[in-house]
Design a protein around this ligand. Structure first.
Ligand SMILES: Cc1cc2nc3c(=O)[nH]c(=O)nc-3n(C[C@H](O)[C@H](O)[C@H](O)COP(=O)(O)O)c2cc1C
Length: 385
């Protein structure tokens, strides 16, 4: 897309995505649960964190290189797992994975992705993490873990904050469904967004490419989606973590924990990392902003536990603020989805670069040439009024 360099912020990228996408698709990405207060709180809490700068520091040489799970990444922000991304742009999952590879940051493939574990494994030569939505039967879970292992995934991420679907009212009002169905309303919406419609119609219909292997033969995109929703486990408990952990010998990460007690339990079970997240406000509208529970989770999980924060990050300074409050790493969901929706892989790369440049300024202005210095800054999140 011409003019990507004129996009200066993630807010600009969101607007570019909104212009290109039909409303029903934009709302699927941008929306959240119920009154969307949790989504707003995520970013508001990050905005509220105050960081005291240190001056008279030589800041000429700055680096964002961060070690996590035995690897050195070039920036402390990766791409969170997202389902159904190919609605935004054909091969959106591959665009995101390749943008992450080029930036040397982690990319997490969702169970609900529209590209299979095997295709992402081949395209990235194993430079991806796999996110598991636990299915109701143990055999399928073990098979998904086996496929992730055979595709050389670097880490397994078990999402725990979606035991039941969030009530996403924009989707309900728009008649959004998985698979995406053309109704008279969406046809008109598509006709009003020809840049999206031409690409969408030229590509294959997005389908749950990984889950397809378990569906009855001849399943359509529609029956496949219903199949997956019906099989997401509602009975997964802490007891199941032991056998899942045993089936995987690389880093094992829980995504969506928000309580200190749960973090302590995860530590006792040998979990290697926690993604402190509320799913970008898409599940429990009442959930706390992850940044507000981060210090308690750090205290409970101890200094060795890798703590990764997501939900609400729209600025490089949000990454800086999360690191200052004790996170080791961060992820973004919507920031790179807006990028891919606006302009495919270069758009996703642009979103990552905007965040990198803003974080670089944050480092320069706080006297933290090395990214590890940020954790030593004085930072406070004032109690909400
Ligand atoms: C469109 C969309 C789809 C998502 N799908 C998944 C998913 O399949 N699995 C998962 O663990 N999280 C999923 N998430 C949550 C993200 O992984 C991440 O936690 C969230 O987007 C972070 O908040 P942010 O969008 O404010 O950065 C999804 C989020 C969005 C916006």
């Amino acid at each position: 897309m011409a003019g990507l360099s004129r996009i200066l912020t993630i807010a600009d990228m969101r607007e570019a995505a909104q212009r290109r996408l039909p409303r029903v698709i934009f709302d699927f990405v941008d929306g959240a649960a119920e009154d969307e207060l949790g989504k707003a709180r995520n970013t508001d809490a990050l905005d509220a964190v105050q960081v005291t700068p240190n001056y008279l520091v030589d800041i000429r040489e700055r680096s964002q290189k961060t070690d996590l799970f035995g690897q050195t990444w070039d920036r402390p922000v990766g791409i969170a797992p997202t389902g159904m991304s190919n609605l935004l742009w054909p091969d959106a999952d591959l665009c995101l994975a390749r943008a992450a590879m080029a930036a040397n940051v982690p990319y997490i493939l969702s169970t609900a992705a529209t590209t299979s574990i095997e295709d992402i494994g081949r395209a990235t030569e194993g430079r991806f993490w796999f996110q598991l939505y636990a299915q109701s039967d143990r055999e399928t879970n073990l098979d998904l873990v086996r496929r992730a292992r055979e595709a050389d995934a670097q880490a397994l991420v078990l999402t725990v904050d979606a035991p039941w679907p969030g009530k996403r009212e924009r989707d309900l009002r728009n008649g959004f469904s998985v698979p995406f169905r053309m109704t008279p309303k969406t046809l008109l919406d598509g006709a009003l967004h020809p840049r999206w419609a031409l690409r969408f119609l030229a590509g294959p219909a997005p389908r749950l490419a990984t889950i397809a292997a378990y569906a009855p033969e001849g399943a359509t995109a529609g029956t496949l989606a219903a199949f997956m929703v019906a099989r997401i486990s509602q009975t997964l408990t802490w007891d199941d973590l032991a056998w899942l952990r045993d089936a995987w010998d690389k880093p094992f990460i829980l995504k969506g924990l928000q309580s200190a007690a749960d973090a302590a339990r995860a530590k006792a079970l040998g979990v290697n990392g926690i993604i402190v997240s509320n799913h970008g406000g898409r599940q429990l509208d009442a959930a706390p902003a992850p940044v507000s529970v981060l210090p308690a989770i750090r205290a409970a999980a101890g200094p060795e536990m890798a703590l990764i924060l997501d939900s609400g990050i729209r600025r490089g300074s949000h990454i800086g603020r999360a690191l200052a409050l004790g996170a080791d790493f961060t992820l973004v969901g919507r920031a790179t989805l807006y990028g891919v929706a606006a302009a495919g892989r270069p758009g996703a790369a642009r979103s990552l670069d905007i965040l990198r440049d803003e974080l670089d300024r944050f480092q320069a202005q706080t006297g933290c040439p090395d990214i590890g210095d940020i954790g030593k800054l004085e930072a406070v999140l004032p109690a909400a009024a």
